[in-house]
Write a protein that binds this ligand. Structure first.
Ligand code: HEC
Ligand code: HEC
Length: 323
């Protein structure tokens, strides 16, 4: 039997449903999530936000925090996302290295210009994104890789979100392992402009849920549970990217579970019901410039893993319970 809902009830339900939304919308005064004016382009800027920086500012502080029994979210996850290298990730670096040295039909490879195994690119990842004079635009690592592949090797299908590009970015970042991140956003110019636009995008509320990136990645959200995970404060995140992300990937991915920064941003946009940017596009580049400069002063650590697969804690709890 078909039940007919009376029109009046439907209207009443709609009004009841809509009313709180309207009231809420009227109360939203901020186009931007608070905090935009407090950020500085240095990892220590976290002191103005979560104030957990003292636990993860360097390896010694992390060792002390781990010994004191602090939990990962209190260390901005640096206890394993930065301090512990990933063996699985390490095994994938070889694939990037091989792509780097593999010649095209004309006998040219990345190595022809940048030295065998990328010797001459050591350390450069710590200063990406950069302004490319020739192209008159700021480029993130994967965009520079796409451009070099396309223009100089005739490889048209090594775009930012492809497997060869991602493996190469992962490998090149590993050549800067230990280098202090130093993206100059203080000198006036295109990189500073990109940083400021990226900062605004990070704090701007958008999308279906009216969230900003900052809604989740600043306190009180950061460090607390959201969609089953605890988001980090954004300071220092970029130091471990690209990152080995097993077992999570986006539908259709074929990237050996490696996430570049661009890919991570897209993943967050998707999960937060925001419009997903195209990897390497101007706004996505700006967000990455902002995140990279927010890691200034922190050393790159690649390859590391997004998730901690270490089960030592089970043994530790067993030891405790048998005491
Ligand atoms: C024919 C020479 C040539 C080849 C081949 C080449 N590049 Fe480049 N590469 C350049 C030049 C020149 C630049 C400077 C920026 C520009 O003009 O695009 C550069 C810049 C770069 C940079 C930035 C370096 C910095 O100091 O900021 C990276 C990273 C890079 N290339 C990676 C690659 C990779 C990966 C490949 C292989 C897919 C590759 N390149 C192939 C010539 C080359
Ligand atoms: C609804 C909450 C939410 C929003 C909004 C959100 N994120 Fe995330 N983000 C998360 C969670 C949860 C994770 C996974 C836990 C973690 O690693 O922080 C994450 C992970 C990340 C990471 C990886 C951190 C790390 O330590 O590896 C970066 C970088 C990031 N997000 C950037 C962004 C950017 C940029 C935006 C805006 C486009 C954004 N996020 C929006 C919740 C959010």
């Amino acid at each position: 039997m078909k039940t007919k809902i009376p029109k009046a009830a439907l209207v009443a339900a709609l009004v009841a449903g809509i009313c709180p939304v309207t009231v809420f919308a009227a109360e939203v005064r901020h186009d931007f999530w608070p905090g935009r004016d407090k950020v500085i382009p240095h990892v220590s800027g976290d002191e103005q936000f979560s104030n957990t920086y003292r636990y993860w500012k360097d390896e010694m502080s992390l060792d002390a925090a781990v010994t004191a029994g602090l939990m990962s979210h209190e260390m901005n996850y640096k206890d394993f996302r930065w301090r512990e290298k990933s063996l699985e990730g390490e095994m994938l670096l070889g694939e990037g290295q091989e792509l780097f040295n593999t010649a095209n039909e004309q006998g040219q490879s990345c190595a022809s210009c940048h030295g065998a195994d990328g010797k001459e690119l050591e350390g450069t990842y710590a200063r990406m994104p950069k302004y490319n004079e020739r192209l008159k635009r700021v480029v993130v690592g994967p965009t520079q890789i796409r451009i070099c592949a396309e223009e100089r090797l005739g490889r048209k299908d090594w775009g930012e979100d492809t497997r060869p590009n991602t493996l190469l970015a992962f490998y090149l970042a590993s050549l800067s392992d230990g280098e202090i991140i130093d993206v100059d956003v203080n000198a006036p110019g295109p990189v500073k402009d990109s940083y400021e636009r990226g900062r605004d995008l990070f704090f701007k509320r958008v999308g279906h849920f009216h969230f900003a990136c900052a809604s989740c990645h600043t306190p009180p959200s950061s460090g607390n549970y959201l969609r089953g995970q605890r988001p980090t404060t954004f300071f220092g995140d970029a130091a471990q990217y690209p990152i080995y992300h097993f077992p999570y990937q986006l539908a259709g991915d074929n990237l050996s579970y490696i996430f570049t920064m661009q890919h991570q941003i897209r993943s967050c946009q998707q999960l937060s019901r925001m419009y997903q940017g195209r990897e390497g596009s101007a706004p996505m580049t700006d967000i990455e410039t902002f995140l990279r400069a927010s890691a200034n002063g922190y050393p790159i650590s690649v390859p590391v893993s997004e998730y901690n697969m270490n089960t030592d804690y089970l043994e530790r709890s067993q030891q405790v319970s048998s005491q």
